[in-house]
Design a protein around this ligand. Structure first.
Ligand SMILES: [Zn+2]
Length: 206
């Protein structure tokens, strides 16, 4: 088991002290270039994927990397306020919505676990992707649960990109070329990112 206090000591001794000037400069302000909206899954590490240092990536993490649409922005203000701040205050140039392989949130939507009744908040949160789940159930009747879950992971990213465009400020910035929306699906075991091509509407392995 990871000793979190040993890790903290190592951070202080090996990371902070060796890069003290960097951290001191960083303390003044942040100018992240990218808002990363990813699943809370511990295997998804934005800094590793983007080879980024602290200060470069603003994060929103939630189960199944969901973006509530503008009409739901008050109900789910934890997520929508962070999007608002990243766009309006930090002026990020990119938003990445990143789904991933073996996403527990998507799998639970396709095939709810037996203890789902004991997870009322999770149930409410992932119910936001019920329409996509139902669409997949209708269109992929012969597919395995894994195939359906992978499809949901990928369609879900596309849906969240569309949800981002329900916010006027985001749509304006995208149309003016000041903001780029990116849809990714991360295959953890293969170390592979598939990028959604908004022209062809297909994923392409990067
Ligand atoms: Zn996930």
């Amino acid at each position: 088991m990871q000793d979190i206090y040993k890790a903290l000591k190592q951070f202080k001794e090996n990371d902070y002290l060796r890069n003290q000037t960097f951290y001191e400069n960083l303390s003044e302000s942040q100018t992240p270039h990218t808002l990363f909206i990813g699943c809370s899954d511990s295997r998804v590490s934005p800094e590793r994927l983007l080879q980024a240092y602290p200060g470069e990536v603003f994060h929103i993490r939630n189960i199944a990397n969901i973006v509530p649409p503008a009409g739901q922005s008050v109900k789910y203000a934890s997520t929508t306020s962070a999007i608002e701040y990243a766009v309006e205050v930090l002026n990020v140039k990119n938003i990445i919505v990143c789904g991933h392989s073996n996403c527990g949130g998507c799998a639970a939507s396709i095939h709810p676990p037996e203890n789902i009744d004991q997870l009322p908040y999770t149930s409410i949160w992932i119910s936001q992707i019920n329409a996509l789940r139902d669409q997949i159930a209708e269109e992929m009747t012969d597919a395995s649960l894994t195939e359906k879950a992978t499809c949901l992971e990928k369609l879900n990213v596309v849906q969240q990109l569309e949800n981002l465009l329900t916010f006027d400020n985001i749509r304006d910035r995208v149309e003016n070329g000041h903001l780029v929306l990116n849809g990714w699906h991360y295959n953890i075991g293969a170390g592979e990112i598939s990028i959604y091509n908004q022209e062809s509407k297909e994923y392409e392995i990067f």
